[in-house]
Design a protein around this ligand. Structure first.
Ligand code: FE2
Ligand code: FE2
Length: 275
């Protein structure tokens, strides 16, 4: 199962030198964010609880196993490169926060969130790790497997987002508003990361990378039917962004609800579907 929008790569045009302390510091920072992101894979437990169908339950179960493997795999990378993880940046913590409201969780964590994770693994890590280091080919092989699995997670998020919008067409407005917020906030992420004190030539390409990620997000939003072909005017954008804020605020008080104990019979094909 692949994503509905092919994600074009971004060329950083440089590789790190693992003997250089500055390069090691930068790599350690990026890997530490990835390690934290994978640790949030435990959220799959809540997703399994909130699964609305057997198909969703099967997916979250499979995802939980994969995310746990990713977490251990990143820990192995730290050990093999003799790096010590540092705490995650507050922006990463904010972006990877769990949302109990299922439709927002599906869009923000799976479709958009894991899409950006894939961009970082494929366009940053796979490119900047130096091929001339004997430890790297094995690490890259493992990372390629992680990328393939992240693609599956994005594809699920996209499929489930479209299903949710079919059931509740009004979701398109707050979803579109979330995309507009991401367009507005993504450059701030580049700014925040640029200010964290690591001075490196690769970081100079960060604003261009963030711009490329934004373009991919926009295309993904179009393919999902969240945004029209042409960007609407400011009043429509503000309307959608207000919806997004209201729904996000509402989601902060949402509780996970289980569904399978109510619809398991219809899910198993025993009785007509429950309304
Ligand atoms: Fe992962
Ligand atoms: Fe994932």
């Amino acid at each position: 199962m692949g994503s509905i929008t092919p994600r074009e790569g971004f060329d950083f045009g440089a590789q790190l030198n693992l003997q250089d302390p500055k390069d090691r510091e930068l790599l350690c920072f990026v890997l530490s964010q990835a390690l934290y992101g994978e640790a949030t894979g435990v959220y799959c437990g809540k997703s399994l609880y909130a699964a609305q169908s057997l198909e969703a339950a099967r997916f979250y179960l499979r995802q939980a196993r994969q995310e746990l493997n990713h977490l251990e795999l990143f820990a192995d990378i730290f050990r093999s490169l003799e790096l010590q993880p540092v705490p995650a940046h507050w922006v990463i913590k904010l972006l990877s926060a769990h949302n109990n409201y299922y439709p927002l969780k599906v869009l923000m964590e799976h479709a958009f969130g894991e899409g950006m994770v894939l961009d970082i693994f494929r366009d940053v890590l796979l490119q900047v790790l130096p091929d001339d280091d004997p430890r790297i080919p094995d690490i890259k092989k493992k990372l390629a497997v992680v990328c393939k699995e992240e693609e599956e997670h994005i594809a699920w998020g996209e499929k489930e987002t479209m299903r949710l919008m079919q059931v509740s067409p009004w979701l398109r407005w707050p979803f579109y508003g979330i995309l507009e917020w991401q367009m507005l906030l993504a450059p701030q992420v580049a700014w925040a990361v640029g200010r964290m004190g690591v001075d490196h030539p690769i970081l100079k390409r960060l604003p261009a990378f963030v711009g490329a990620v934004q373009k991919k997000l926009w295309k993904q939003g179009q393919a999902l039917g969240i945004v029209p072909g042409e960007r609407p005017g400011l009043p429509t954008r503000l309307f959608a962004m207000t919806w997004a804020v209201l729904l996000f605020l509402r989601s902060q008080f949402a509780r996970s609800h289980s569904r399978l104990e109510k619809n398991y019979l219809s899910e198993l094909g025993f009785t007509p579907e429950t309304p």
